[in-house]
Design a protein around this ligand. Structure first.
Ligand code: TYD
Ligand code: MG
Length: 416
């Protein structure tokens, strides 16, 4: 240590004397939920997503709502001319709002504008188009994105305004993408969806002011994004008569129960290397479940192509879906349909044992609400009292296969 001493840090106790932050609700319930109950003043937010997924649409709608709720709001577009944004607003029926539009990419000009206008909320669409003249590299480069995000979030904290940054993510990686911004902001929301599907999920992946993993569900319509307050109904809407390979999973996203259909197709492969194709679920997890089915139950999938799909374009990452995936695979392989009134959930361990999952009651209640009467669930779970659902408790995968798929004597555990 040198001779120079630092000054002592001012310490304080853990007990807060400040009231919790006053949040502003947009009135878009699905957005407010993902935010953890509304927008916190002087907070920095990142909304990431694939190009074309609907970020600008969502944020224009949000801007109008926040303005209506009393926040002085500015929307800066670095990608479109104000006239283009105005045309979109007209299409969304949002022309009659106090939101101020600006088309600008120069960070210095934007900060000057914010200094003069003193808004309470500013939306920057997108962070990749912004450039700071203090940084040498080209707009969109990592150092530009980092510098612009840093300046904007610092400004927001200092002046007490909230800033929402829009960031594009690219499929192949997050190069120059919003990943470099994630640690600078308080809240990170990802806007996801499959192309060709109208559903959009706004997922909180980080939130200093609320629970992560909370989701908001939207539907892209001709007039912008519409809220979906009953996602299970929507995700199961296209379900016809029970078919082999189709299984309803009672899932939970954040605090919210969501029922979705897993669909599997298993067919003899013409290739030397069988295909494993997955949409909406982790392919490594599928490989694990196939391995457990083979090693513990003696049911091989070699020589068989396996396709697995979550209907509706939702991405599921809960391990609680393991049993639903295993059921869909067995059902497809054996050409046996599960009863239409059954939901499935449970995590599978490498030993083939079933593990209990969280929020069982929440799952069962949602299933009951949608008219399901039976559930296949882990046995060691403390059974919640949802009276109208008959829960079949499962201890391990071997007994599950015996009970559910061997009754018709098509499958014998162990005799591959
Ligand atoms: P956009 O919000 O521009 O996406 P992002 O900002 O994430 O790149 O939305 C792009 C798509 O949404 C575009 O292909 C058209 C479609 N769309 C609708 O279907 N309905 C609408 O009301 C609007 C405004 C857009
Ligand atoms: Mg856009």
């Amino acid at each position: 240590m040198g001779a120079k001493r630092g000054s002592a840090v001012k310490l304080s106790g853990m007990k807060s004397t400040e009231a919790p932050p006053e949040r502003t609700k947009s009135g878009i319930i699905e957005l407010d939920r993902a935010l953890g109950g509304g927008l916190v003043p002087a907070s920095a937010l990142l909304v990431g997503g694939d190009p074309g997924i609907g970020k600008s649409t969502l944020l224009l709608q949000a801007a109008a709502k926040f303005a209506q709720a009393g926040l002085k709001t500015i929307y800066i577009s670095g990608e479109e001319a104000s006239e283009q944004v105005r045309m979109r607003a007209a299409r969304l029926g949002l022309s009659d709002t106090s939101v101020q539009l600006g088309a600008e990419t120069n960070l210095r000009n934007i900060l000057t504008t914010l200094e003069e206008e003193k808004p309470q909320l500013v939306i920057i669409d997108s962070i990749q188009t912004m450039w700071a003249d203090t940084v040498e590299s080209a707009p969109g480069s990592v150092s530009q994105v980092r510098a612009a995000a840093h300046e904007l979030t610092r400004f927001a904290k200092r002046r007490g305004l909230s800033v929402i940054l829009v960031g594009h993510v690219t499929k192949d990686g997050q190069i120059a993408g919003p990943r470099v911004v994630e640690h600078m902001v308080d809240t990170v929301l990802y806007f996801e969806g499959e192309r060709g599907h109208q559903f959009r999920i706004l997922r909180a992946v980080k939130n200093r002011f609320g629970a992560a993993d909370e989701i908001g569900v939207f539907e892209m319509t001709g007039q912008g994004l519409a809220e979906v307050s009953n996602p299970s109904e929507l995700f199961l809407a296209d379900r016809g008569t029970p078919t082999p390979g189709s299984v309803v999973f009672a899932g939970v996203e954040g605090t919210r129960p969501v029922l979705v259909e897993f669909q599997a197709l298993v067919a003899p492969t013409p290739h030397s290397q069988p295909r494993r194709s997955v949409v909406g679920w982790d392919s490594a997890r599928l490989a694990m479940i196939l391995a457990v089915l083979e090693a513990r139950c003696g049911i091989p999938f070699s020589g068989l192509d396996v396709y697995l799909n979550v209907a509706g374009g939702l991405k599921i990452s809960e391990p609680a879906a393991d049993l639903a995936v295993a059921s869909a695979l067995l059902s497809a392989r054996e050409d046996i349909s599960l009863p239409a009134d059954t939901v499935v959930y449970g995590e599978i361990s490498l030993s083939g044992a079933l593990r209990p999952v969280s929020q069982a009651e929440n799952r069962l209640k949602e299933a009951q609400k949608l008219g399901f009467t039976r559930a296949l669930a882990p046995s060691n779970a403390k059974q919640p009292a949802v009276t109208d659902i008959q829960v079949t408790q499962i201890a391990d995968l071997v007994s599950f296969v015996e009970e559910q798929f061997c009754a018709e004597k098509r499958l014998h555990v162990g005799d591959a």
